[in-house]
Write a protein that binds this ligand. Structure first.
Ligand code: PRP
Ligand code: URA
Length: 212
């Protein structure tokens, strides 16, 4: 894979450790859900490291101090249904007043093309920093389509956070949306013939919700 500037691969030991357990076929749905939630929280912490700050005055018991607080940058968290839902609470725990949008997409099993079934975004999304959540960036079709929906509402400030990516998905997003920074826990080796990330972790939605 080429070295794309728009990908940040997390190398934090906690994320890497939790991702390794997530990959294990013997990890059950309960632990899988907990780990996805924890990884998303740790990733969110890093993804928001460039949030703007402003200086305000606060009166401590001893004096008036000039301190920094978040500049009130408006955020929107947008999970791609279903599997992105597993990442929502972890990130939301860091920024509880963020608005939340939902984009429903599933991959057609034969064509691997994303099919839209739901899209509800905050009305003022054009003014917000969007953090798009989906654990899996495989062909990149779903991520690219979700970004199109958000951009169609006038928002051009988007970060895409995935737990695992395939080189093909990274390349697709770099081509379709070079302005979108991708964050991921690992860029795996490849996609297999049915569009699964290898070695990957299997079907994230099914493992999160115990549907298989
Ligand atoms: C998975 C995953 C992504 C998509 C990635 O969802 O959560 O949304 O596949 O694949 P792509 O990059 O090739 O588009 P899936 O379609 O299985 O739906 P689900 O979340 O409802 O299980
Ligand atoms: N979606 C998943 O859930 N897993 C993959 O490996 C690819 C797409």
């Amino acid at each position: 894979m080429k070295n794309y500037q728009n990908v940040t691969v997390f190398d934090h030991p906690l994320i890497t450790h939790k991702l390794s357990i997530l990959r294990d076929v013997n990890t059950g749905a309960k632990q899988f859900r907990e780990l996805v939630n924890e990884i998303a929280m740790l990733m969110g912490y890093e993804v928001m490291r460039d949030l703007p700050m402003e200086e305000v005055e606060v009166t401590t018991p001893l004096a008036v101090a000039k301190v920094k607080v978040l500049a009130g940058k408006k955020l929107a968290l947008v999970p791609i249904l279903r599997a992105g839902l597993g990442m929502l609470d972890g990130v939301l725990s860091l920024v509880p007043s963020a608005k939340i949008g939902h984009i429903g997409l599933y991959r057609d099993h034969d064509t691997l093309e994303p099919k839209e079934y739901y899209c509800k975004l905050p009305e003022d999304i054009a003014q917000r920093q969007v953090i798009l959540l989906d654990p899996m960036l495989a062909t990149g079709g779903s991520g690219s389509a979700a970004i199109n929906f958000i951009k169609a509402r006038g928002c051009n400030n988007i970060k895409f956070v995935s737990i695992l990516a395939a080189p093909e998905g990274v390349e697709r997003l770099a081509q379709d949306h070079p302005d979108v920074q991708i964050y991921t826990g690992c860029v795996d080796e490849k996609l297999n013939e049915i569009g699964y990330i290898v070695p990957g972790l299997g079907d994230a939605g099914d493992r999160l919700f115990g549907t298989k």
